[in-house]
Design a protein around this ligand. Structure first.
Ligand SMILES: NC(=O)C1=CN([C@@H]2O[C@H](COP(=O)(O)OP(=O)(O)OC[C@H]3O[C@@H](n4cnc5c(N)ncnc54)[C@H](OP(=O)(O)O)[C@@H]3O)[C@@H](O)[C@H]2O)C=CC1
Ligand SMILES: O=C(O)C1=NCCCC1
Length: 172
């Protein structure tokens, strides 16, 4: 059994803002882009369709030599059912001891998925956003919409934020 098990509220406590991930993610993206010299081994996510139930299981293993970190995320994503008490995306992150392969920690992956994805979008936006952009438009109004809203409002300045529920939020 792993010595560390972190439930969703505990992960949230350590990762209360997506922007906390920015330095580590920028370094990881740089290492990944450097190819073999960057020491990241991260195959394309394997996805198993669960056709009778409209779902998927994704497996996302990675090793980073710079961090000496060996991990995998397991993520299921199912067709979103309105009013379902079960989130459309559920994830777990497993952390291994890279020296001997022992399982060290099991982390709830929902908060990590929400904040990692938004933080990576923010990094891309920092590099690609035209200087004249004034309006942030968010498609959907679920978990990712919220986490993207949170970090984009922290890092950038917009005059307006629009979402697909038809709400417009005036920022200035
Ligand atoms: N690249 C990555 O790393 C990741 C990508 N994702 C992807 O991001 C997307 C959002 O995920 P997440 O926020 O967790 O999902 P949620 O289920 O929390 O939210 C989905 C949102 O999209 C809305 N929606 C669904 N269909 C439509 C449509 N046709 N037009 C407009 N809005 C629509 C839903 O509205 P309603 O509730 O009314 O149906 C809901 O608000 C998904 O495609 C997911 O797979 C997610 C995690 C990581
Ligand atoms: O990378 C992820 O995490 C996911 N990507 C697509 C949908 C499920 C989660």
């Amino acid at each position: 059994m792993p010595r560390v098990i972190l439930k969703q509220d505990e992960v949230e406590k350590y990762l209360h803002r997506a922007s906390l991930l920015l330095p580590a993610l920028e370094a990881a993206l740089g290492n990944f882009s450097a190819g073999a010299a960057g020491g990241v081994v991260q195959p394309v996510r394997a996805v198993v369709p669960v056709r009778p139930h409209g779902g998927y299981l994704g497996v996302m293993p990675a090793y980073s030599a710079a961090d000496d970190a060996l991990t995998t995320k397991l993520v299921t994503f199912y067709e979103h059912k309105k009013d379902s008490s079960v989130p459309s995306h559920q994830a777990t992150v497993l952390l291994f001891d890279p020296t001997n392969g022992s399982l060290k920690a099991v982390l709830d992956g929902s908060v990590i998925t929400a904040k990692r994805t938004a933080a990576v979008s923010a990094i891309a936006t920092k590099l690609l956003m035209p200087a004249f952009a004034e309006v942030l438009c968010i498609l959907g109004a679920g978990v990712q919409a919220y986490s993207h809203y949170e970090i984009f409002m922290e890092l950038f300045t917009f005059k307006e934020v629009m979402d697909t529920t038809g709400h417009i939020h005036f920022c200035l």
